[in-house]
Write a protein that binds this ligand. Structure first.
Ligand code: NAG
Length: 160
């Protein structure tokens, strides 16, 4: 018998690493700093962490700024990987929260919290969110500051 195409695709993922669901999502953020610091640069598959190369996002420096990816459907999440900016301002993300869920209340920032960013020398920070399910993944900074991100990967439990 013939293996349907869709099954073939799933088996390919099965034998490799988890899929990055953020790549197929739609990104948004609370405000825009430069015209090119778009929310979509965070889910473009390019982890370049040097801000002026053009593949990082930035909001303006106000209170309660956020970035969000809409995965377009709820998924059982495995992990969230956040790549920060490296050329400057690295402590700006300190205290930013990774939030996951299905609600758009307060732009999704009221969804359950998976973790809080503490900036170290690590450029990419990995959060184990394996108990969580959701359509929206937010990075929410509950203070005055800039949300600047270079990549966010969202791994889906189904593909492990
Ligand atoms: C993630 O956390 C769960 C329990 O919450 C644990 O069972 C699992 O081993 C953890 N995964 C990793 C990669 O640390």
């Amino acid at each position: 018998w013939r293996v349907p195409n869709v099954l073939h695709i799933d088996l390919c993922h099965f034998s490799n690493s988890p899929a990055n669901m953020a790549l197929g999502g739609v990104a948004a953020q609370s405000s825009l700093f430069y015209p090119w610091t778009l929310p979509s640069t965070v889910i473009d598959g390019n982890t370049d962490s040097s801000y002026f190369d053009g593949s990082c996002s930035s909001t303006q420096g106000q209170e309660n700024q956020w970035w969000r990816v809409d995965l377009l459907a709820p998924y059982d999440i495995l992990s969230v990987e956040v790549t920060r900016r490296t050329d400057c301002c690295i402590s700006d993300l300190n205290g930013a929260e990774v939030r996951i869920g299905n609600s758009l209340e307060n732009n999704g920032n009221n969804n359950p919290r998976c973790g809080v960013i503490t900036v170290t020398s690590a450029v990419t920070m990995n959060f184990n969110c394996s108990q969580m399910t959701g359509r929206y993944v937010n990075i929410f900074l509950p203070r005055v500051g800039y949300v600047q991100l270079c990549e966010v990967k969202v791994s889906n439990l189904l593909f492990v």
